[in-house]
Ligand binder design. Structure first.
Ligand SMILES: [Zn+2]
Length: 91
């Protein structure tokens, strides 16, 4: 019996991934920001998701010089959720 350890499976992680959006948007308080930072430091799946989103936002910012549209945000959230769901099924 092996426990999968390389994808966000804990409620903690799902919460962290959702909070990433606010983190990237700068909508978090300093305290919340620290919490996310600590989680990312010890949770590589979330860190990878963070890197992905940070990169995506930079690309979008370069093209749009504006906030990420809500519909695009939703698509990214769905894509991330889908990715973790597929990974959890393959285990
Ligand atoms: Zn995590």
């Amino acid at each position: 019996m092996t426990a999968p350890s390389d994808y966000p499976s804990q409620p903690d992680c799902r919460d962290a991934l959702e909070t990433l959006y606010h983190y990237l948007d700068g909508e978090l308080t300093d305290g919340r920001r620290q919490e996310i930072k600590h989680h990312l430091e010890r949770c590589s799946p979330c860190l990878e998701a963070f890197d992905f989103e940070a990169e995506l936002k930079m690309v979008i910012a370069r093209h749009c010089r504006d906030r990420v549209p809500d519909h695009l945000r939703v698509r990214v959230v769905m894509a991330l959720a889908e990715a973790s769901r597929q990974e959890s099924q393959s285990g």
